[in-house]
Design a protein around this ligand. Structure first.
Ligand code: FAD
Length: 404
């Protein structure tokens, strides 16, 4: 039996960005939500969020709480720095070619999570339990969440946003495929002498991409994918030496570089579940997919999960049918993007000439063939409008797009 005498419409496990967004979107859609989430830990990453995610944040009133910490990415530049015989030409994509202000905005994790937490605290339909989920028990009326403080909460459906090691996913009986890459991403923030001009630059190197992503002012965030040993060596450098190394690897594109924030290392891995919802539990964010930080897809996918779950549950008389719908509607986006990121990463690592040729030819074709280039830009930013949750679409006026 649950301790609280209320049965919530939705129980959300996990207070990372995906869980907080799920709680907020569901509450704005009129659902009573139990959010079971300890305070999020400090995170020094930044997230490039695409136009659809930003549109959603604007519509739920989170954008204005965090906008001053973000910078737009108006141009994406890819530079082949593999030093291999078959090298791709430098390619630039401009957002205005597809009528966008920017492809994405770069959000530091701290201010984004704080803005979501403030909005959650202001939302009367959300009851927050600041503790862990300790287990999930099925019942006739829906799953019951056991909480770390010994109490429990009943809900008609559960959103498992409790990260890559999700215990809710395990409780749902959903099997996963996991894999790892021989790479680690080093992240930090830099200050530089030259302005970035709102251009995000990705150097394709033999060990993985090295990406400089604009922040407000003359600052950028760094995501440098290296071999595990290479990352370990870089992590051991002092700030001056690391700054000099980052400057050298960027061919001084931004002039002299200084380290301007903490650093962190993330070993790369991948995870895909066999199902996105089962036994009253829907998977959200990294509980549903882990992808390498290439092409800034991870949290964009997570926010699409959040918005799609709220959309499927809105007005649904039967949560089980709504979760089946969610499973069906998230599959293509998640599986196809995970496969594309995996392929791109492996083509960089591969010493096989056909893999290098395919990557170089692909980039060459994109630099020259306008319809292909525009299609790739649109697909990179978001899946086709029909598969995008309504609240993320540019000009949708359906009831669920107005629920904010
Ligand atoms: C180097 C790097 C760069 C990245 N850059 C980008 C980018 O530019 N753009 C982008 O879209 N994505 C990016 N990503 C991906 C992005 O970081 C993730 O998709 C995102 O952080 C996942 O958020 P989440 O809320 O799903 O998971 P998490 O942030 O891991 O949150 C899970 C939460 O669940 C909580 N939790 C765990 N167990 C329990 C439990 N039992 N009960 C209750 N709560 C629990 C945890 O405390 C945590 O707060 C990047 C990733 C990396 C590694």
């Amino acid at each position: 039996m649950a301790n609280s005498n209320q049965t919530f419409d939705l129980g959300v496990a996990g207070g990372g960005p995906a869980g907080l967004a799920t709680a907020l979107l569901a509450a704005r859609a009129g659902l009573d939500v139990a959010l079971v989430a300890p305070k999020a830990q400090e995170d020094h990453r930044t997230f490039a969020l695409m136009a659809g995610a930003v549109r959603m944040l604007q519509r739920i009133g989170v954008w204005e709480r965090v906008a001053s910490s973000t910078a737009p990415l108006r141009t994406l530049r890819i530079i082949d720095d593999t030093g291999r015989l078959l090298r791709a030409p430098t390619v630039e994509f401009h957002a205005d070619e597809i009528d966008l202000d920017a492809f994405a905005w770069n959000f530091p994790a701290g201010p984004l999570v704080r803005a979501l937490e403030e909005a959650v605290a202001d939302e009367p339909r959300i009851t927050r339990f600041e503790t862990n989920v300790s287990g999930v028990t099925p019942s006739e009326a829906g799953p019951i969440l056991g909480l770390g403080d010994g109490t429990s909460v009943a809900a008609r459906a559960i959103a498992a946003a409790d990260g890559r090691g999700s215990i809710c996913r395990e409780a749902a009986g959903i099997a996963v495929d996991r894999w790892s890459y021989p790479q680690t991403a080093l992240v930090t923030t830099i200050e530089h002498d030259r302005p970035h001009g709102f251009v995000s630059t990705e150097f394709h190197r033999r060990t993985g991409p090295y990406t400089l992503v604009p922040l407000p002012g003359q600052r950028s965030s760094v995501v440098l994918v290296e071999t595990a040993k290479g990352a370990e060596d870089l992590m051991a450098l002092d700030d001056d030496a690391l700054g000099a190394e980052l400057s050298r690897r960027s061919h001084r594109l931004l002039g002299q570089v200084r380290i301007a924030g903490p650093r962190a290392a993330f070993p790369l891995s991948g995870l895909l579940p066999r199902s996105f919802a089962q036994n009253g539990i829907a998977l959200i964010g990294e509980a549903a997919h882990v992808v390498p930080p290439i092409g800034a897809q991870g949290l964009n996918l997570g926010l699409r999960d959040a918005a799609m779950l709220a959309e499927c549950l809105t007005g649904a008389p039967d949560p089980a049918a709504a979760l089946q719908d969610y499973d069906r509607r998230r599959r293509t986006d998640v599986v196809s993007r995970s496969a594309a990121i995996d392929l791109l990463n492996r083509s960089l690592l591969s010493d096989l000439v056909p893999a290098q040729a395919a990557r170089s030819l692909g980039l060459f074709a994109m630099s020259r063939i306008e319809p292909l280039r525009q299609r790739m830009m649109r697909e990179g930013v978001a899946p086709a409008d029909a598969t995008l949750p309504a609240i993320m679409r540019a000009d949708d006026d359906t009831p669920s797009a107005r629920f904010a």
